[in-house]
Design a protein around this ligand. Structure first.
Ligand code: 6PG
Length: 469
């Protein structure tokens, strides 16, 4: 046995991850269910082929890896992972390690970690972000599982990860499903980030009547400022690209029905289950669900007429849109980090928030300049709502009026901005010490004698003098 590590699943992500590992000097055994794919993969690997050990059976694959073995799975999330673990279990020793690098639901990872503790081999779930290119040239890696398992392979994961100022964007974040939960929240934030960009695109397209290319120019300019991020960068590129077939802007011919594989939805579900607000992320998931109902939307347009009308350019400027995005982004990250913090509390996982912000600074889809400031703010105080960190509270004070103006004007002109609206409502609730939940408590007590606390007396379980019936 010569290989330092093994990898199963030579799809685009798995293949690229294997090449990345090989390029960093680690001998790696590879296996794919369809053997043909392994052959094609090796043929295309060029010079890196000498670091790759192709295998045709699971037995040969396992035999090719040095002990204690580490095996990365990059197979479709769900049943395929369980099936692969079952197939490997009799071939591996209890001290060996299986690493699920797919986009697993962290509840599955928790279950698999518990099963591994009972039956062996050891198990780790790692979130890998950065798409195809990230996998090949440096992803962000969010590790979860037993600490000693991370210690066994951490040097390889750090070597292949993206770097920010030479610091690896890979870290151990906590037990069992901690890494996959953080990856899920990463994707939830990704959904909200993307949706808010799509919303300001909508204002520019339908409210301002700008062309895709003009919008591309605006996004390109924003990418040179506080909003600098991978998602703004690629959105600008998407907007500026023309369809080679028709010459029309790509954006004008892409059907407006958004796909989703589930991680954004899981984030919203987890936020609801953990009882922590993630309204901007929830709105982004709902927006994708609404986008998918194209026939209903068409019927709605026939019934109610086309809503969007041109906006007053004096009321909303391009700068105001930029500021609204800044505010929305801060709020959505405050919610995302709040979710991770709550999960850390409820599960007793380490979840070092500043470290998470640091490993998101490069390699992953949500990488951005602002994450650098977020990591400093969280290092200062990880328990505080990000909105209250001095740097971000200043930014919110500067941008709040623009967010309000954009949401208000968009509403007046029939332009949907659900994620930005959700962010604004969160902001308005979270800066109000006297909310309207006293009415909810009154209602609950009226119909169900659920009891309430009073503002003028200590204690709980007070009831109102409601007359029945
Ligand atoms: C990443 C991406 C990646 C993938 C998601 C997107 O971090 O590299 O998030 O995991 O693109 O699967 O999921 P949707 O299909 O749900 O948009």
């Amino acid at each position: 046995s010569v290989a330092e590590i093994g990898l199963i699943g030579l799809g685009t992500m798995g293949g690229n991850l294997a090449l990345n590992i090989a390029e960093h000097g680690f001998q790696i055994a590879v296996y794919n269910r369809t053997t043909e794919k392994t052959g094609q993969f090796i043929e295309k690997a060029g010079d890196l082929a000498e670091k790759l050990v192709p295998t045709e059976t699971l037995e040969d694959f396992v035999a090719a890896i040095k002990q204690p073995r580490a095996v990365i799975l990059m197979v479709p999330a769900g049943e395929a992972v369980d099936a692969q673990i079952e197939a490997l279990r009799p071939l591996l020793d209890s001290g060996d390690l299986i690493i699920d690098a797919g986009n697993a639901n962290y509840h599955d990872t928790n279950r698999r970690a518990a099963e591994a503790a009972e039956k062996g081999p050891r198990f780790m779930g790692i979130g890998v972000s950065g798409g195809e290119e990230g996998a090949r040239f440096g992803p962000s890696i969010m590790g979860g599982g037993a600490r000693d398992a991370w210690d066994q392979v951490g040097h390889i994961l750090e070597a292949i990860s993206a770097k920010h100022d030479s610091e690896p964007c890979a870290a151990y974040l906590g037990e069992a499903g901690a890494g996959h939960l953080v990856k899920t929240v990463h994707n939830g934030i990704e959904y909200a980030d993307m949706q808010m960009i799509a919303e300001v695109y909508g204002v520019m397209r339908d409210g301002f009547g700008l062309s895709a290319a003009e919008i591309g120019g605006v996004l390109e300019k924003w990418n040179g400022g506080i909003l600098q991020s991978y998602l703004i960068e690629i959105s600008g590129k998407v907007a500026k690209t023309a369809d080679p077939e028709t010459g029309r802007p790509m954006l004008d011919i892409i059907l407006d029905k958004a796909g989703q594989k589930g991680t954004g939805r899981w984030t919203a579900i987890e936020a609801l289950m953990l009882g922590t607000p993630a309204s901007a992320i929830e709105a982004a998931v709902a927006a994708r669900n609404m986008s998918a109902r194209l026939d209903e939307r068409k019927a709605g347009e026939v019934e109610f007429g086309v809503a969007p009308t041109e906006m007053d350019r004096e009321a909303v400027t391009i700068d105001a849109l930029e500021a609204a995005l800044v505010a929305g982004k801060i709020i959505c990250y405050a919610q995302g980090f709040g979710l991770i913090l709550e999960a850390a509390r409820q599960y007793g996982w380490a979840m070092p928030l500043p470290r998470i912000a640091r490993i998101w600074r490069n390699g992953c889809i949500i990488r951005s300049a602002m994450l650098n400031d977020m990591s400093s703010a969280l290092a200062d105080d990880a328990e505080r709502n990000l909105m209250l960190a001095p740097f971000f509270s200043e930014k919110l004070k500067e941008t709040e009026a623009s967010l309000r103006q954009v949401v208000a004007q968009a509403a007046l002109h029939g332009l949907p901005v659900p994620a930005l609206s959700a962010a604004l409502s969160y902001f308005d609730i979270m800066r109000t010490s006297r909310s309207t939940a006293n009415m909810l408590q009154g209602q609950r007590d009226f119909f169900g004698a659920h009891g309430f606390e009073r503002t003028d007396k200590a204690g709980s379980g007070f009831h109102g003098p409601w007359a029945m019936g």
